[in-house]
Design a protein around this ligand. Structure first.
Ligand code: PLP
Length: 228
């Protein structure tokens, strides 16, 4: 049965990841499968399209599944920010990939209905064309200064996110390099800005989460290894 398979995959993963958090990525899965995962006590879910997330969140709301935490993990267009912020139980955005997007989030902050929204700044550690994220230290600095300089805000600079290189013959070495780079960047930011809490690292997907955990991942985003 599908439900047993999902529960089994989740329990295997949870044993492997110890203290790290699992974001179950549901972008290829119908909402029925997501509900099955919820019934197996998985509450953190990731989606990469605002429309799909909005539809799933609506179903969860109608069913009263209130422990859910939605994580947005895809490239976010400015014109979708408002719709995203209005989604009930939105917990984090892992893909703040430009200063412009951060500015838009700040502008639309009042659309967010929760008490705190955790933001991960996405850093481009891989050279792959289709990936987005901060590429220059200067732009990243501007974004950090902007968010840290605001008092009374629900938007929290929570961590950094990256995606490992996928298409390479040196797949493992390259992915590990991306993850270690992210960990180093986080450490440098913590020092430079004198942060009191450690930045969380969101990195690792089905094919490379073990490498990400070895490099210190706090959040892994896994889809196919759970839902197939
Ligand atoms: C799809 C996706 C994942 C999960 O990928 P799987 O290979 O299915 O585990 C993780 N992160 C992001 C940003 C994604 O788009």
């Amino acid at each position: 049965m599908k439900k047993d398979l999902i529960a089994k995959n989740l329990s295997t993963l949870k044993k492997e990841i110890l203290g790290a958090h699992l974001v179950a990525v549901t972008k290829y899965s119908p909402v029925e499968d997501v509900v099955m995962a919820y019934e197996a006590h998985q509450y953190d879910f990731g989606e990469n399209r605002v429309q799909d997330l909005s539809e799933k969140a609506q179903v969860f709301n109608d069913l009263g599944l209130n422990k859910v935490k939605w994580h947005f993990i895809g490239h976010l267009q400015s014109n979708k920010v408002s719709a995203l912020l209005k989604i009930p139980h939105l917990y984090a955005i892992h893909s703040v990939d430009s200063l412009k997007l951060l500015e838009e989030l700040i502008k639309r902050e009042s659309d967010f209905t929760g008490s705190e929204l955790k933001l991960f700044f996405q850093v481009k550690t891989s050279k792959e064309e289709e990936k987005t994220g901060f590429e220059s230290a200067e732009e990243l600095d501007l974004a950090i200064n902007l968010i840290q300089g605001r008092a009374h805000t629900k938007l929290k600079f929570f961590g950094l996110m990256t995606m490992g290189t996928i298409r390479t013959t040196e797949f493992e070495a390259e992915a590990s390099r991306c993850f270690k780079d992210l960990a180093n960047i986080a450490q440098n930011i913590e020092k430079k800005y004198n942060l009191k809490t450690r930045l969380k690292l969101s990195m690792g997907m089905s094919q490379d989460y073990k490498l990400a955990l070895a490099a210190g991942a706090d959040y892994i985003r896994v889809g196919s290894a759970i839902f197939k």
